[in-house]
Design a protein around this ligand. Structure first.
Ligand SMILES: C[S@@+](CC[C@H](N)C(=O)[O-])C[C@H]1O[C@@H](n2cnc3c(N)ncnc32)[C@H](O)[C@@H]1O
Length: 382
C-alpha cells in the first residue's frame, strides 16, 4: 500500500509449445509455475483489522493531480489502483465503461435491487425513526448501483467506497465517493447503514468471511445486507461446472482462460471461494433473518437458440467478456504468465465465444437478509 486511505470526495468540491507430433495440436504446456507475487495487503490477517489498532481516519482535501498520483499506477499499459496489491483489474476509463455496461446487463438478470430493498428504504429506521436512510456500496466500481439508489431514493444518503475515486462531476448530490481498502476494516462504520451492498469484489478481498462479519456490524437493526459474487468458473449448458486446470494451455479456451484468471486471483490473495461460501457465511453471523439465496445464470455468448432474452444477454456478455479479457491482462501477466500464453488463451477464447462453440454459463450467487432487531448495536468508533 503506497498511498493514504480514506480519501473522501464530496460531490461539491517461459512456456513451451508441444512438439509437432503431439497428439493434441491445440495444447501447450505451461511448464514451471509462475512467480509468486506478494500477496501481502499490508496487514496481519490474524488481527481483526489494521484500522482497529489505529482509530484515526485520514481525511484530506485533494487536487486532481494528487488524486491521479495517489490513486493509480501504470502496469502492462493499463491504470491500476495504487492502494491494494490484491486487486489486479484496471481502474481506468475502459474498465469503468465495461462496468457501466455490465451493470445494465446484471440489472436485467438479477433485478435492480434485492426484493427486500424497498421495504427497508421506505420504513422508518428501527432505532431512530426520523433518521435519514444511509446506504453503502463496497467496491462500487463505476458507481452505477449507488447512483441508481441515490436517484430512486432521493432522501437517502449514499456512500460509494472503492480503491479509486469516482468521477465526482456526474455524481448525484446525495452520493459521496470514498477511497478506501475494505481489507483494512470497516469498524468506523459499524451500526451506520440501513443497507450494505457489495457485488463482484471478491477478487480484491483477502478474507470474505471477515468482510461479511464486518458488513453484519455495519448494518443497523432492521437493515439489509445484499451481496452478489461469482466463482470464476464456466458452467456447461446443463449448469455443471467445467473443471479445468492451468497445467496445459488448450481448449476449452474460455473455461481455460477463467482457470488462469482464478489461479492468479488466488495467488495475489483474493478470495476465490467467496461465492461458494456466501450463504453459509451470512448465516454464520447469526445477525440476519429472512436470509435468502438466489442463483442467476448468464450465457457467455448468444448461444441459447430460441431464447430471445438470453440471446440478448449473451450478446452483451460477449462484449463484456471481450473487454474483461483485456482487463485481465495485468492480472495474468503480473502473475508471471508469458505474453505468449496470455495471447493464446485470449485469442482462442474469443474465437470460441464468437463462434458460439462455448455453450457456457456464468453463475452469479446472491444472498440477502434483514438484520435482526434483537442484536445489540456493534460499537463504532470515529
Ligand atoms: C469487478 S468491479 C465491480 C464493481 C461494482 N461492484 C459492480 O458490480 O459493478 C470490482 C470493484 O471492487 C473494487 N475493489 C476490489 N477490492 C477492493 C477493496 N479491497 N477495497 C475497496 N474496493 C475494492 C475495485 O476497485 C473495483 O472497482
Amino acid at each position: 500500500m503506497s498511498a493514504p486511505l480514506s480519501l473522501i470526495l464530496n460531490p461539491d468540491v517461459e512456456h513451451t509449445f508441444p512438439p509437432a507430433d503431439d497428439a493434441d495440436e491445440d495444447c501447450m504446456s505451461v511448464g514451471s509455475e509462475p512467480m509468486s507475487p506478494s500477496s501481502s495487503n499490508g496487514h496481519d490477517m490474524d488481527t481483526d483489522s489494521v484500522r482497529a489498532q489505529s482509530p484515526c481516519l485520514s481525511l484530506y482535501s485533494v487536487t486532481s493531480s494528487m488524486v491521479a498520483e495517489a490513486a493509480y499506477k501504470q502496469e502492462f499499459g493499463r491504470a491500476l489502483n495504487n492502494h491494494s496489491e490484491v486487486y489486479r483489474l484496471p481502474a481506468d476509463e475502459p474498465e469503468l465503461n465495461r462496468l457501466r455496461k455490465q451493470h445494465t446487463i446484471l440489472t436485467k438478470v438479477t433485478g435492480k435491487y434485492s426484493p427486500l430493498m424497498a421495504e427497508v428504504m421506505l420504513e422508518p429506521d428501527f432505532e431512530e425513526p426520523g433518521r435519514q436512510k444511509k446506504v453503502v456500496d463496497l467496491g462500487c466500481g463505476s458507481g452505477s448501483w449507488s447512483f441508481d439508489v441515490a436517484r430512486d431514493f432521493p432522501d437517502s444518503e449514499n456512500i460509494a467506497i472503492d480503491l479509486v475515486p469516482m468521477q465526482i462531476g456526474t455524481m448525484p448530490p446525495n452520493c459521496t465517493s470514498e477511497v478506501d481498502d475494505i481489507n483494512l476494516g470497516m469498524e468506523h462504520y459499524y451500526n451506520h447503514f440501513n443497507v450494505a451492498h457489495t457485488r463482484l469484489v471478491a477478487s480484491g478481498v483477502a478474507d470474505y468471511r471477515k468482510l461479511i462479519k464486518q458488513m453484519s456490524r455495519m448494518v443497523r437493526a432492521g437493515g439489509l445486507i445484499d451481496v452478489t459474487e461469482w466463482d470464476f468458473n464456466a458452467y456447461d449448458e446443463w449448469f455443471q461446472r467445467i473443471e479445468v486446470d492451468t497445467k496445459v494451455v488448450c481448449a476449452p479456451w474460455w473455461p481455460k482462460w477463467l482457470a488462469f484468471a482464478k489461479e492468479s486471483i488466488n495467488a495475489f490473495g483474493g478470495d476465490i471461494n467467496a461465492a461458494t461460501d456466501l450463504y453459509d457465511t451470512v448465516v454464520e453471523t447469526r445477525n440476519f433473518e429472512q436470509v435468502s439465496y438466489r442463483d442467476s445464470w448468464l450465457p457467455s455468448s448468444p448461444w441459447k437458440e430460441g431464447d430471445a432474452f438470453n440471446i440478448g444477454i449473451g450478446q452483451g456478455m460477449l462484449e463484456d467478456i471481450t473487454d474483461f479479457m483485456d482487463s485481465g491482462r495485468p492480472l495474468l501477466l503480473g502473475r508471471g504468465y508469458s505474453e505468449e500464453v496470455v495471447d493464446t488463451l485470449q485469442v482462442n477464447a474469443l474465437e470460441e465465444l464468437k463462434a458460439n462453440r462455448s455453450r457456457t454459463w456464468i453463475r452469479l450467487q446472491s444472498v440477502d437478509g434483514i438484520k435482526r432487531k434483537d442484536v445489540p448495536p456493534a460499537r463504532a468508533f470515529k
